[in-house]
Design a protein around this ligand. Structure first.
Ligand SMILES: [Zn+2]
Length: 90
């Protein structure tokens, strides 16, 4: 239980910064900080990979940077399901 809580709070705290980082909204110092954290923290690194994949898929599927809200949610749900299945198989 404690492990789960710690995992979630780290992820929640980092998620907004990860979004900002992907969107190029962070300054150089904030970018370095998050890059360092992504190297150290497997959970946030996973989250970053999902979000960057999501961004790439959205860009390819609708040719724009900002996804319609429903589309982003569907892709994110799909990635999460596939990742979970991979974990179970492995
Ligand atoms: Zn983290």
């Amino acid at each position: 239980m404690t492990e789960t809580n710690r995992w979630s709070s780290c992820r929640m705290e980092s998620l907004e910064r990860i979004y900002g980082y992907l969107d190029g909204e962070l300054g150089p110092e904030a970018c370095q900080a998050i890059e360092a954290h992504l190297r150290d923290c497997e959970e946030c690194s996973d989250e970053y990979q999902i979000e960057s994949m999501l961004k790439e898929l959205v860009r390819r599927s609708c040719n724009c940077d900002v996804a319609p809200e429903g589309l982003a949610d569907r892709i994110r749900a799909r990635i999460t399901v596939e990742r979970t299945q991979i974990h179970w198989q492995g």
